[in-house]
Design a protein around this ligand. Structure first.
Ligand code: CA2
Length: 146
């Protein structure tokens, strides 16, 4: 069965608890549950992980290649704007990925408007809140044949 891996970057474990006006009221657990249901309906394996650590996220990306993950949906959070390491890992494993942001990073501070991943992503969803993850997961599932 093909597998979707969802990666959540630093601080996203706090979703729904702080800054709801910016990031919404939906918790990370609720987002993951919705994505899991979408995958179950399409008979796609699903795994979601959150980490506050760049190296750990890179380790998950390497492990994904060893496990034969077919697609990654990633919200790299602040690492979007800083991490050449995440970019290199995603390029190294050659697993297609979709970048997701809850907020519209292009409508925020200039330092958030640069992404080190966007130009090598299959697509980017930014500013649609938790729904953005669902749209990205649906696209990934369809592209895996689900
Ligand atoms: O809009 C997004 O999804 C971001 O990736 C969120 C990151 C931010 O650094 C990016 O520029 C855009 C921040 C995630 C922090 O998440 C929190 C959630 C709840 C409360 C506090 C922080």
């Amino acid at each position: 069965m093909p597998k979707l891996l969802v990666l959540h970057g630093p601080n996203l474990s706090r979703l729904g608890q702080r800054e709801p006006e910016r990031y919404g009221q939906t918790t990370l657990a609720a987002i993951n549950q919705r994505l899991q249901r979408l995958c179950e309906a399409a008979e796609i394996d699903f795994e979601a992980v959150q980490s506050n650590h760049e190296g750990e996220l890179i380790d998950y990306i390497h492990a994904a290649a060893d496990e034969g993950v077919g697609y990654i949906v990633i919200n790299p959070a602040a690492l979007t704007h800083t991490s050449i390491g995440l970019r290199d890992a995603l390029l190294a494993v050659q697993i297609p990925f979709i970048e997701v942001h809850l907020s519209n990073i292009h409508a925020r501070e200039s330092f958030r408007q640069r992404s080190y991943l966007a130009d090598v992503a299959q697509g980017v969803v930014s500013g649609l809140g938790a729904e953005g993850y669902e749209l990205a997961a649906r696209a990934a599932i369809r592209r895996m044949g689900g």
